[in-house]
Design a protein around this ligand. Sequence first.
Ligand SMILES: *[C@@H]1O[C@H](CO)[C@@H](O)[C@H](O)[C@H]1NC(C)=O
Ligand SMILES: *[C@@H]1O[C@H](CO)[C@@H](O)[C@H](O)[C@H]1NC(C)=O
Length: 171
Amino acid sequence: MEIVNMRRLIATIMLIFHVHGLLQEKNLSLIETTCRHTQNYKLCIHTLLANRGSIHANETGLGLIMVDAVKAKAKETLYQIYKLKAFRPKMRAALNQCTIQYKLILEIDVPVAVDSLNKGVPQYARDNMADSSLQAVFCEGNFHGESPITQLTNEVRDLCIVARDVIPVYL
Ligand SMILES: *[C@@H]1O[C@H](CO)[C@@H](O)[C@H](O)[C@H]1NC(C)=O
Ligand SMILES: *[C@@H]1O[C@H](CO)[C@@H](O)[C@H](O)[C@H]1NC(C)=O
C-alpha cells in the first residue's frame, strides 16, 4: 500500500514537472492566436495540445494537425457505423447512407484538404472541411431524431468547423 502510494506521488510530481517544462518550452502564442479565430476555442486548444507536433508547427502544420484529428474521429465513427449495421437491421438504410457520407469525408475531403495545404491552396482545404461538417450533419439527419451515434457525429461536425477556421485563407 505504502509503496503504491509513493509511486503515485512520484508519478504525479513527475507529471507536474513535465507539463510545466513543456509549457515553458512551447511557443504557445501561435496556437493561442490560431484558436482565437475559431468558434470553439476550447476544442481547438484541446485538440492541438494533444498533438506534440503542434509545439513547433507553423500555420500550415496546425491546419494539417486539425485535419488529422478530423480523420481520426471520422474513422472512429465509421467503425462504429459498421458495428451498428450488424446489430441494428432496422437502421440499415440510415447506416448505409452514413457509410457513404463518412467515406466521402475520409476518401475525398480529408486527402484533398491535406493536399491543398501542402500545395499552399488553403481555400480548398477550408472548403473541404466545411463539406465534411455538412456530411456529418447529413448523417445525423438520416436517423430522424433516433441516431445512435449523435455524440460522435456532433464531435466530427465540431472538429470539422474548427479545422475550417484554423486554416487561414492566405498563408
Ligand atoms: C512564437 O511564434 C510567433 C508566431 O509564429 C512569433 O511571432 C514569436 O516570435 C514566437 N515567439 C517565440 C518566443 O519564439
Ligand atoms: C510549414 O509547415 C509545413 C508542414 O509542416 C512545411 O512543409 C513547411 O515547409 C513550413 N513552412 C515554412 C515556411 O517553414
